[in-house]
Structure formats: structure tokens, C-alpha cells
Design a protein around this ligand. Structure first.
Ligand SMILES: *Cc1c(COP(=O)(O)O)cnc(C)c1O
Length: 388
């Protein structure tokens, strides 16, 4: 496009809060009865801006959030986010006073950790994590006795018990079978705890791909990240949910120059012009989060509604594209790296595939140097984040 409406001068992301709200609504409708959405806003809401995203979702009635670290949770509280905030990662026990003060729920990473937290003598909210086969965090689902003991820790208020499925993204029969096995192990554990007379808190295991593939039923929460941002890499097994991309990544054209055939461009002279070539220099680079693996034609940008391949290597602050076939490109034009430009679109899933990664990594690596422009629709009465 010639000039984006929200051009901030160099390189920026546009976050369409209306699409976020749309996604939250259709996902909530897709959840089984009684299942609540826990919006996953870790890593700055996958690069979308944690406070703005959480505030908009709060206004939409979402009252449970998940973050990776205590500091991410504390930030949400500072900005007035209410409700359940679950810290999914490990927190050093020396930070218990902060967990208590900011009413964060801490994930119990194993039974010994539960004892450590309990011995600190402060009333702490927790969710128990159970390992059903991912072998990352969680007490083994086979240690029913050890997990049952956590329920006897007087200082721990247990708000939930959960597991994480590790092969949801795949569609191969053995991926599906493994998810089934994990779900079965989780259910057996819950049954065993119930048989010991334990009143179970909300149990949860679904994440985005679980919801999209209709995996699991009747669970307490669905922990949804990438689907909320409309950037899931696949919609598996016949479940279509109308999710809209929330984020666009754009930058400006600094200059356009023509080089004769045989000339090189960029570091390492990785590009050699095979013909007289018009090159446009775009003001964004790997320090902004554009993967270097998009160099040398692996990735492209949209200019004036058409695709222009990246030539040579992506630099720290700039990259160069071939615009020989898009003759009207000029300085100040807006290049789109993720998002729509007229009839053309590059989705986060496409850009991630070109870069040899997944949309989650691509999005959460979008750097702090990028400006962020938030689009709200007044008709929907969505105010700015400061109001929340
Ligand atoms: C990040 C994370 C999620 C969210 O996963 P998505 O695939 O983005 O929905 C859910 N649960 C846990 C434990 C996570 O770490």
C-alpha cells in the first residue's frame, strides 16, 4: 500500500482489538458447557501487548488469565487486571510474598515443590500440574498418593488441577493416539483422587489446538493462546472456527534504487542481480524480530498489494526486497510483512513456515523496538486500555 493508515514512521505492529474480541467470542461459543476461557497472555500476549489484550478481554467478561512468570502476572495486576491469574512456569519460593500480595495462582511443578510452598506458611493460591506424558513440569500422574498429599497442605488454596498435551498440533494417528492416552491418564488420576474422597477443583487440559480439534470435554478451563490471536498454524480434523488475524507487521520503504545485472546487494553479497533490478530498502530487521531465516527469497513482503521477495540477508535494522515487477513503489510506501495489503495477504502461519518456525515463536519475538498501534472500534464501545 502507498501509506498505511497507522504509519508510525519506521516499523510497527497493528493490533486489531475488534478481531481479538471476535476470536474470544467465537472461541467461547465453541467451548463445551461449563468450560471457561483462560486467556494465555504470556510473552507480552504473544507480541500483541499484554495489558491492552488483557484489558480488552476483561471487558469482554474473560476473568482468567495465564502468564509464564510471576513478573508478567504482577504487571497485569499493576494495570488493574482482575480475576484468576495463573503463573504457568516455575517461581522461586523466595518470591512467595509477591505471589500472595498480587493474588497470583502458582503452578505446583511437583509434589516436593508443593511442600516447600506450604512450609513458607503463607496462604497461597495454586493449580496442581500433573505430568501425563510431556515430561516437562508436573507431578507424575502415577503418584496418586503424592498428589493426594498436596490437597492436605494447609496453606495452599487449590484453584485447579491441570495437565498439558504435547502432540495436539500434529494430525498423525500416533499424535492423536498420544493425546488420547494423556487425556485417559489425566481422567484416571482425577477418578483416583475422587475415590480418596478429595473434592476436585477445576480440572483443565485443553489449549488452542485442543479446542480447535474438539479434544477433551467437560473441562474446567481451556487455556487459549495462539487461537485467540488468530494465528493458529492448522485447524485440525474438521473443526472450523472463524478466527481472524489480530496482528499486522509493517514497515516503510526508505529508498528505491536500480542496480545493473551482475551487481550484488547486502552482507556477504548473497544476492547477485540476474537482470537490471529495482531494489527497495525496508526499515525493519532482525532486531525487530524478522527472522534472518527469511533471507534470500525465503520470505517476502507485500508492496502495493503485490509480493516482493526478500533479497540477500535480512540485516539487523533493514532488509531489501526486489520490486522490479512493481514499478510504482516509492519512498514512504508501506511494506507488509504479516497482514493484508489490498487483495494480498501474508498470514503469521505462512511467514512462520517460510522462516522454518511456528507462528508462536515468530509473534513473541517481535521486538520491543517496534511501535504498537491499537485499533479499536468505537461502535463496540471498546475503550483504551487505561480505562480498564
Ligand atoms: C503456552 C501454554 C498454553 C497456550 O498454548 P496455545 O497453543 O498458544 O493455546 C497452554 N498451556 C500451557 C501450559 C502453556 O504453556
Amino acid at each position: 500500500m502507498k501509506r498505511a493508515a497507522f504509519d508510525t514512521g519506521r516499523a510497527w505492529v497493528e493490533i486489531d482489538i475488534n478481531s481479538l474480541i471476535h476470536n474470544a467470542r467465537v472461541l467461547q461459543k465453541a467451548l463445551p458447557a461449563g468450560c471457561r476461557m483462560m486467556a494465555v497472555v504470556k510473552a507480552n500476549a504473544y507480541g500483541h501487548g499484554d495489558i491492552e489484550v488483557a484489558a480488552a478481554l476483561s471487558r469482554e467478561g474473560v476473568d482468567a488469565f495465564a502468564v509464564a512468570t510471576a513478573d508478567e502476572g504482577i504487571r497485569l495486576r499493576w494495570y488493574g487486571i482482575k480475576g484468576e491469574i495463573l503463573v504457568l512456569g516455575y517461581t522461586d519460593p523466595q518470591r512467595i510474598p509477591e505471589l500472595v500480595r498480587f493474588r497470583l495462582s502458582q503452578t505446583i511443578v511437583d509434589a516436593a515443590y508443593a511442600k516447600e510452598l506450604d512450609w513458607a506458611g503463607r496462604p497461597l493460591q495454586v493449580h496442581i500440574k500433573v505430568d501425563t506424558g510431556m515430561h516437562r513440569l508436573g507431578e507424575s500422574c502415577e503418584h496418586v498418593g503424592g498428589i493426594a498429599q498436596i490437597f492436605r497442605c494447609g496453606n495452599l488454596k487449590i484453584n485447579g488441577i491441570f495437565t498439558h498435551l504435547c502432540s495436539l498440533e500434529g494430525n498423525r494417528p500416533d499424535d492423536i493416539a498420544y493425546s488420547g492416552l494423556q487425556a485417559q491418564r489425566f481422567q484416571s488420576l482425577l477418578d483416583a483422587l475422587k475415590a480418596r474422597g478429595i473434592t476436585l477443583p477445576r480440572a483443565h487440559m485443553m489449549s488452542s489446538y485442543g479446542v480447535l480439534s474438539r479434544y477433551g470435554t467437560g473441562h474446567g478451563y481451556a487455556r487459549i493462546g495462539i487461537a485467540l490471536y488468530g494465528a493458529a498454524s492448522l485447524q485440525s480434523e474438521g473443526r472450523y472456527i472463524d478466527l481472524r488475524p489480530v496482528l499486522a507487521l509493517r514497515a516503510n520503504v526508505a529508498l528505491v534504487r536500480t542496480v545493473p545485472a551482475g551487481e550484488s546487494a547486502g552482507y556477504g553479497r548473497l544476492f547477485i542481480a540476474q537482470r537490471e533490478t529495482r531494489l527497495a530498502v525496508v526499515t525493519i530487521g532482525y532486531a525487530d524480530g524478522v527472522p534472518r531465516s527469511l533471507s534470500c527469497g525465503k520470505g517476502s513482503v507485500l508492496l502495493r498489494g503485490r509480493s516482493a521477495p526478500i533479497v540477500g540477508s535480512v540485516c539487523m535494522d533493514q532488509l531489501t526486497v526486489d520490486v522490479t515487477d512493481i514499478p510504482d513503489v516509492e519512498r514512504g510506501d508501506t511494506a507488509t510483512l504479516i497482514g493484508r495489503d489490498g487483495p494480498a495477504e501474508i498470514t503469521a502461519a505462512q511467514a512462520a513456515m517460510d522462516a522454518g518456525t511456528i507462528p508462536n515463536e515468530l509473534l513473541c519475538c517481535l521486538g520491543g523496538r517496534l511501535e504498537r498501534a491499537y485499533l479499536y472500534c468505537p461502535a463496540e464501545r471498546l475503550g483504551a486500555a487505561e480505562e480498564g
